[in-house]
Write a protein that binds this ligand. Sequence first.
Ligand SMILES: Nc1ncnc2c1ncn2[C@@H]1O[C@H](COP(=O)(O)OP(=O)(O)O)[C@@H](O)[C@H]1O
Ligand SMILES: [Mg+2]
Length: 289
Amino acid sequence: MVKKKVQGLEGNRRMSQTTVDASTTRVISVTSGKGGVGKTNIVGNLALALRRLGKKVLVLDGDLGLANIDIIFGLSPAYNIKHVINGERNLSEVMMRGPEDIQIIPAGSGVQDLVHLTQGQKLNLLNEFDSLDENFDILLIDTGAGISSNVIYFSIAADERIVVATSEPTSITDAYALIKVMYTKHGTNTFKLLVNMVEHDEEGRSVFENLSNAIVRFLKGISLEYVGFIPRDSNVEKAVRQQSTVLTRYPESSSSRSFVDLANRLNASQCSAAQDGNIKFFWKKLIAR
Ligand SMILES: Nc1ncnc2c1ncn2[C@@H]1O[C@H](COP(=O)(O)OP(=O)(O)O)[C@@H](O)[C@H]1O
Ligand SMILES: [Mg+2]
């Protein structure tokens, strides 16, 4: 798993070696304008589907207000990222092994806004991620909803952003508002759209058309890519009630098959911004803001 930080010269030498090796982590955030659109379930199931493609996956619960990725992985974390920020625990003590060897960094309620961390707290985070010497192929971040700074900062620091929307008009307008803030305030101009809880691809594509028409009209310079849809499937909720994921409990269901397809498509696509995609660099970008 994760080794404790090694102090001194030997540690530095070992860390620089790690930095070179770990330069290929693909950081993907899953975000939305409106809450309750399925982000946490998407992250959980996508993590499993990517794991089954042989990827080493780390999941960060970035919903610092309303954390729950641990629930669908059946975990009860004793510690969370707050303890790392405050220097009370090492990252290795906070990280948990979930189903099928997915690793999770849990969040917790009451974690402070990342923009308001003290210098000491920022250093705690950076030092801990420096000492992470396990290589991950993918870091998936489950963010909160809306345009608060934590949501946005995780997404603009990521290499790729999957914006989740449903066919509800409010979810589409909130997705537009989120994209607009990231673009106009931070210059982020590439987004992927995943449409959840629809009946078929046509419905997903019509949500994409809606959003994309508004973007072409009012926010020139943005690239929005449709990455597919996940059907409405009562097995998703059934699995959540069993504190699990649909891919674990109902692997043959329609939503499970869509999660597998989505993982295959993401895996086949090149990461557009992987040039500086290691985890340490991600945290530097995040915290430097
Ligand atoms: N494809 C789906 N089909 C049916 N129900 C879904 C689907 N995706 C999510 N849900 C349900 O919607 C609710 C919100 O999902 P959740 O993943 O917690 O959303 P978020 O993290 O965006 O707040 C949950 O009750 C979940 O079971
Ligand atoms: Mg959630």
